[in-house]
Design a protein around this ligand. Structure first.
Ligand SMILES: [Ca+2]
Ligand SMILES: [Ca+2]
Length: 403
């Protein structure tokens, strides 16, 4: 008899009955061990059970106070299903390209005999994608491209298959599948990207948006790629700092809603320098509808004396709309962002939620109403009285993520 079974017996078995926990959060279920024709009038909860006491309603003749052990030592399906299951991969909110390879890993750390179990991987409609066995450490995995064929928000289900049968409940991991994907590593000159102002493409594999001198402004823009509205995930690896007077002004990624991309260069050239971070395009242009979405890495507090007002005295990652550097839809302080180390910035927009990650740590989750209608993409940067280097090492955007 295993330790597991001994514990179950001494804890749960009362006369001919045994009691077992179902999945977390559900009430205790009564499970009949030795089948009796009579059911107790009041089903006791687990707290009411005193181990090793004969139930007074037990009318079967018995000369021994010891509980019967033969059948009730076999754990029930509910007992076997009451397991900790934990997705190692994918992570919550992960984004995939359509037809990407999905790798999923699940850990069940407390299985007594993990080799006796397997796991069903299912989609949201209950279709079984695969069944995989556990290893001796309680790990199992699944690799597949079928799951990522459909576009949009998706739920991956995992169902435990025990020696006593299938568990009724699944655990769920939400992910997003996107039909569009922009990736630029700046390793070589591109037909669809162009530099503007002081921006320089370095053959080592990055774009430097300004020179580290006062009053500079530059951009790198793409007249071919239309970023779709809706859910998206934006990732950038940036490096900024090494300047004078405390550092300024920042760098930004903007999606500009524009009918004709031929107007992009002139609009960018006329964007405001300094606190405008090279993305602040004045409203009223006939060439531009006025809709835009920007992720700014703002390293200088503008106080409204000459320009707009920033919402915080700290360096910050902000989300602004309509290229208005005063209109911060969301922002989060990042006081160490201009330390001239490389930093990974990730902004996810899922329905009305903005999630901002810095170096893989979620630093802001905010509910807001994003008006973005899609647009062409450009990176920009600027310096003023204070300066910094403004470098982007790579850029990735998952978009087209809605059904
Ligand atoms: Ca600023
Ligand atoms: Ca700002």
């Amino acid at each position: 008899m295993s330790t597991f079974r001994t514990v179950l017996l001494s804890t749960f078995v009362v006369g001919p009955f045994s009691f077992t926990a179902c999945t977390a959060g559900t009430p205790m279920d009564l499970v009949v061990g030795n089948i009796q024709s009579e059911t107790p009038p009041n089903i006791p909860s687990i707290e009411e059970v005193t181990p090793n006491v004969v139930n007074p309603s037990d009318s079967s003749p018995s000369t021994s106070p010891e509980p019967k052990t033969t059948e009730s030592t076999i754990p029930s399906l509910n007992e076997l299903c009451a397991q900790q299951l934990h997705f190692v991969l994918p992570e919550t909110g992960d984004f995939f390209r359509q037809n990407d390879l999905l790798t999923a890993v699940l850990h069940a750390p407390n299985l007594i005999n993990p080799l006796d179990y397997s796991l069903l991987w299912e989609d949201d409609t209950g279709v079984i994608l695969s069944e995989s066995t556990f290893d001796e450490y309680g790990l199992t995995h699944f690799v597949d491209t079928e799951f990522t064929q459909a576009n949009g928000a998706a739920l991956l289900h995992a169902r435990l298959h025990t020696p006593e049968g299938m568990c009724p409940e699944t655990i769920i991991k939400p992910v997003t599948v996107c039909s569009k994907h922009l990736f630029e590593d700046f390793e070589q000159a591109s037909d669809i990207w162009s530099t503007s102002g002081d921006a320089t493409l370095h053959p080592e594999g990055w774009i430097e948006l300004t020179q580290n001198e006062q009053g500079r402004q530059g951009a790198y823009y793409n007249t071919e790629t239309w970023i779709q509205p809706g859910d998206m995930s934006i990732r950038m690896t940036i490096q900024t700092g090494n300047g004078i007077h405390g550092g300024a002004d920042g760098l930004a990624l903007t999606f500009l809603d524009l009918e004709n991309p031929e107007h992009l260069p002139s609009l960018i050239e006329n964007a405001l320098p300094g606190g405008g971070i090279g993305y602040a395009i004045a409203e009223g242009s006939e060439q531009w509808s006025g809709e835009a979405l920007t992720v700014e890495i703002d390293t200088f507090e503008n106080t409204g004396d000459y320009e707009h007002t920033d919402p915080t005295s700290s360096d910050h990652i902000g989300i602004t709309e309509r290229t208005n550097p005063e209109d911060h839809l969301a922002w989060v302080d990042t006081p160490d962002i201009a330390d001239f180390e490389t930093h990974n910035i990730r902004v996810d927009i899922i329905q009305d939620n903005i999630h901002i990650y810095l170096d893989d740590t979620l630093i802001l989750k905010q509910q807001t109403n994003v008006q973005f209608q899609g647009g062409y993409v450009f990176l920009s940067g600027s310096t003023g009285w204070a300066t910094n280097q403004h470098i982007v090492h790579d850029l990735e955007v998952f978009h087209g993520c809605n059904d």
